[in-house]
Design a protein around this ligand. Sequence first.
Ligand code: C2E
Ligand code: CA
Ligand code: CA
Ligand code: CA
Length: 279
Amino acid sequence: AKADGRNTYSFYSDSLTLQARERLVLEQRLRNAMKQNHLTCYYQPQLDINSGRIIGAEVLLRWIDPSEGIISPDTFIPLAEASGLIHPIGNLVLQQACRQGKAWQLEGLANINLAINVSAQQFNKGDLEQKINAILQETGFDPACLELEVTENALMGDEDVVIKTMLALRALGIKLAIDDFGTGYSSLAYLKRLPLDVLKIDRRFVENLPRAEDDQSIAKAIIDLAHNLRFKVLAEGVETSEQLAFLRQQRCDYYQGYYFSKAVPAAEFAALLKKQRTS
Ligand code: C2E
Ligand code: CA
Ligand code: CA
Ligand code: CA
């Protein structure tokens, strides 16, 4: 570094400092947001495609900043993953959602399935099963109603270790879903070995249904593949009645998307459940 000369060195050092400083500021704001309870779970309804009934919700995190409003997870989850904050944040989400799910159950609002996103770092840390078990004990939430969503990337480590982790999680009585299916690099031979319950078709294969023939073929192939492996299939990003009709015709099991509802605060989700109970 000394041989680089003074100007070069100070040029890089200044720009890095600026970048690092910006990141540190945001990281510090994220830490504060955690402490001040500005991180809140929203719930996007998941429905049975045939009965049209709400069977559960995907838990989607929101950062509600008093001055900036709602900050999307697409901006702060990557930062949380890079800084290690994903571990406390992941626990916060699990705890908040399971506590909420238990409260709904006590209110008599059926047994609502909660699907919670788990980052690759959380999945591969080695203590996830213990963490989940502790949260289930602490909140009293029914494990049969908890589902973890993991992406193909999270499952790219040593196959035997990954499968062992999945089996340990399933032994708690919870379900496992593969998220954004078809966008990663997992092989079909590998998929066949995985102890999964649900396969989620990524939004980008749903987007242009039913008019795009290539996407029709892909959606059909994914649904058949999943059923042959005895997984349930959920389509995400359903926005139109035409998409919904196509997916129903192809025997997709569940769906979520703006067609029915975006992710909403807990109270709004509870209102949707109450409306359904009386209809
Ligand atoms: P994802 O898991 O693929 O979540 C689905 C995203 O699609 C959500 O964005 C949801 O609001 C959006 N979406 C749902 N229905 C529709 C639709 O019909 N049309 C369109 N265009 N979009 C739809 P969101 O809430 O901004 O979350 C973005 C990503 O952030 C998630 O993608 C997930 O990877 C991550 N994320 C969110 N919450 C958590 C969390 O608690 N933990 C972790 N590790 N990641 C999270
Ligand atoms: Ca997800
Ligand atoms: Ca997804
Ligand atoms: Ca996604």
